[in-house]
Design a protein around this ligand. Structure first.
Ligand code: ADP
Ligand code: ADP
Length: 225
């Protein structure tokens, strides 16, 4: 069984009247429950690949499939958490996390999940705080909780800890690992931090400079089961 299947994907953007090629014939498959990291130089096309997997863009060439079906639109089963994930400043932590459930009319049936994810990211005491009252690490944990409340099958993480100081980053990395072990989602993490990739992922896929193509794939024998 395959959670995500990228087959021969190339992608272009328009730039100064010309075409900027960002992905060059990228193929990869991710098994359910796997944790894969994408490592590559800045600007090579990593975020583009995540946006394709999230259904926010459609590949110029090739296929992006989820459980064998083409990904054509965003879906709460596949959630993208990015570095600048901003919380709505006028809503409390709880209401920020509730946003997705609310939009889908699931607050009544799935509302209990909010307290579960607050506990998971260790923010249970901060449900009624507003974003400006949180530290950077707490805000990023809240953004992660906002994604997790939807019980995504595939969590797409775009340098989610990029802006944190190194101590907070290390703590968050370990928290993410614990979450992944207990929640059972498939994770695709974009990073340019080699140590982060090796710490978290079962498999690290290394991309070339733009246009990104796969240059190496490393299986990491993690100490965790
Ligand atoms: P990475 O995540 O590896 O840093 P990105 O996928 O964000 O790379 O971007 C790859 C290249 O495509 C960059 O040069 C970026 O400026 C360009 N790019 C990204 N999104 C767009 C867009 N919507 N329109 C035009 N160019 C874009
Ligand atoms: P992080 O490392 O997650 O960014 P900090 O190191 O800034 O968090 O904060 C450590 C702890 O201090 C938090 O887990 C929280 O218990 C407490 N804290 C931080 N900001 C506030 C605040 N505005 N009000 C109350 N407690 C706070």
């Amino acid at each position: 069984s395959i959670a995500l299947d990228v087959e021969g994907v190339s992608h272009l953007y328009e730039r100064d009247g010309g075409a900027l090629q960002v992905l060059d014939n990228v193929s990869l498959t991710i098994a359910p429950g796997e944790f894969v990291a994408l490592l590559g130089p800045s600007g090579c096309g990593k975020s583009t690949l995540l946006r394709l997997a999230a259904g926010l863009e459609t590949a110029a060439t090739g296929k992006v499939l989820e459980d064998g079906r083409p990904i054509t639109a965003p879906n709460p089963d596949r959630i993208l958490v990015f570095q600048d994930a901003t919380l709505f400043p006028w809503r409390t932590v709880r209401d920020n996390i509730a946003t997705g459930l609310e939009a889908r009319g699931l607050l009544g049936t799935k509302g209990y999940r909010i307290d579960e994810v607050l506990k998971l990211v260790k923010l249970e005491g901060f449900a009624d705080f507003y974003p400006h009252q949180l530290s950077g690490g707490m805000a990023q944990r809240a953004a992660l909780a906002r994604a997790l409340v939807n019980d995504p099958k595939l969590l797409l993480l775009d340098e989610p800890f990029g802006k944190l100081d190194s101590l907070t980053r290390l703590r968050m990395q370990n928290e993410l690992l614990d979450l992944w072990k207990s929640a059972g989602f498939t994770a695709l993490l974009v990073t340019h931090d080699v140590e982060e990739a090796l710490l978290l992922a079962d498999r690290v896929i290394v991309l070339s400079d733009r246009p990104a193509s796969i240059v190496a794939e490393i299986r990491v024998d993690q100490p965790h089961p």
